[in-house]
Design a protein around this ligand. Sequence first.
Ligand SMILES: *Cc1c(COP(=O)(O)O)cnc(C)c1O
Length: 422
Amino acid sequence: MILKYPIPKFDENDNFLKMKYKPADRIQDLQYFGEFGGVNPSISDSSTYTFLSAKTMFDTFEGNAEGCYLYSRHSSPSNLYLGEALAAMEGTETANVAASGMGAITSVILQTCKSGDHIVCSRTIYGGTYAFLKNFAPQLGIETTFVDITKIEAVEKAIQQNTKMIYCESVSNPLLEVADIPTLSRISTVHELQLVVDNTFSPLSINPQKLGADVVIHSLTKFINGSSDTVGGVVCGTKDFINALRNVNDGAAMLLGPTMDSLRAASILKNLRTLHIRMKQHSKNAAFLAEKFQQDGFRTVYPGLESHPGHELFRTMMNEDYGFGGMLTIDVGSLDKANDLMELMQERNLGYLAVSLGFYKTLFSAPGTSTSSEIPLEEQQEMGLSDGLIRFSIGLDNDIERTYQMMKDCMVEVGVLKSELA
Ligand SMILES: *Cc1c(COP(=O)(O)O)cnc(C)c1O
């Protein structure tokens, strides 16, 4: 039961980013109660729903009975609660949750593009998305041109007669390139394309929809859930698009079936309540370490550093409260050194040698041999994905100064940093 659902109001002339009504407040203001007045909504524990009249069942199949549940692959109360909270966060009309980030991404692509269509996509994206567009989608007659998304001329040049979509990540994986969403949106409008933005790396910090994106996707697996205990995804967009995804006759989400379970939707909703606090701490810790690593002489990539080519652009797009996010990369010169350092840091309990991101503990991996290994070696080199690159998802460490000192000791021991005493 939703007692109060404030629809965010956006003044046409007001700059959204300066508004007092911030994304975290919009989540906080959503009030759900359980059926017995519980402070959390009840978890819906049914796959199917009864109808009082046969006529209503027919209308629901025809898509004409808003508020009626039909079957839980279509929608369920728990999934709708989580979806509405995420829509409030992104400022979109509504949202549809999925069983994984890839479930959300592939549904959007297959809903929008049919055989003979074409996509312009950033070349630095999540490895699974890259593999889907490069290896799987062509089997269905959907072709993709991969471009350097920071080069607007390259994006425009790649657009063809049959292009339907520009796809990018607001902050890219793993190179942390920043997409110019307002400019990409203008190009999309001119060419009548859908601008689809995966915002997994920058929840709360960036609101792609407010900057002109048509569809915003998240892997909930990462920062949003934040406890590395489940996979999940969401598509945030207009009512029309989300209804199309759920359509019983030709909706990709309905027919491909990447449905989140209600129990999981309920647990992710509870974790979403603390996202703003967590993002502030992830960003604060990452900014501290990025400064230090850069001073120590490592090639450090963090959008919060002035040395980052996308720093100013990020600044113009961001909600300042939440900082520049928890992701950073450093280059320690070679894969062997990277592996030695990661193993030692794990031994000292500074974090885990693991893929994924957004956990309370720092996670690190070498993208070239893990999450981006789907990308052929030559292409990795071309895009600046070097061997010695370590990707960090910085944790919620209480004393980041202490963490830094301990990391520094590890760096000296594996020989990637000179000891100051030597
Ligand atoms: C992890 C990730 C995905 C895929 O999400 P899953 O929940 O693992 O399916 C998509 N995009 C980005 C940027 C990711 O980090």
